[in-house]
Design a protein around this ligand. Structure first.
Ligand SMILES: Cc1cc2nc3c(=O)[nH]c(=O)nc-3n(C[C@H](O)[C@H](O)[C@H](O)COP(=O)(O)O)c2cc1C
Length: 163
């Protein structure tokens, strides 16, 4: 039986923090693309359940978080404090503001560029903010999440992570 050969660029971790589930959906899409299209050896971790993953074995770390009240979730921020020496890091966010076309650019500034100023050791190879979903009293009031956009981003990021 033919076997798929995995690339030797080291293992990849996709670690995410979610409250409403959207960041988990994106994490699953990213993992599928990195495994199926880029043949990477990928582990996935829910930071809410496992807030202190051992990242030493990974060459690539993809960190995802939702945004509420203008802030990333604390488990993702905690992971961003890690020593990423010799590792490639990519970041992604779920934010209803980022999902509005006219607010996307400003959300990148607010939620990615400004946040990264506090983590000067962290030089991500890629960072993107996707849309999100918001519910009130069980009813969806905003849904500007675009799974296809996540897939396309993962396809591009995968090229960088396999270089
Ligand atoms: C209480 C609450 C506060 C929120 N605050 C923001 C915000 O400040 N900026 C933003 O862009 N989206 C905000 N959102 C929308 C979230 O970013 C959206 O629900 C996203 O899907 C969260 O990711 P998650 O589903 O992985 O938890 C908020 C949503 C809730 C429920």
């Amino acid at each position: 039986m033919a076997q798929t050969k995995q690339k030797t660029s080291g293992k990849t971790l996709v670690a995410y923090a979610t409250k409403g589930g959207v960041t988990e959906e994106s994490a699953n899409i990213i993992v599928s693309v990195l495994r199926d299209k880029h043949k990477l050896d990928v582990d996935i971790i829910n930071l809410t359940k496992n807030p202190k993953p051992d990242i030493s074995q990974y060459r690539n770390v993809v960190i995802g978080s939702g945004v509420r009240m203008g802030r990333w979730y604390k488990q993702a921020l905690k992971l961003m404090e890690s020593d990423f020496y010799n590792k490639r890091v990519a970041l992604f966010l779920s934010s209803c503001e980022a999902g509005e076309p006219d607010k996307h650019e400003q959300s990148i500034t607010k939620y990615i560029k400004k946040v990264l100023e506090k983590y000067p050791h962290l030089k991500p190879v890629a960072a993107e903010a996707f849309g999100g979903r918001m519910k009130m009293f069980g009813k969806t009031i905003t849904d500007n999440y675009d799974a296809e956009k996540v897939k396309r981003w993962a396809e591009e990021v995968g090229k960088t992570l396999t270089d």
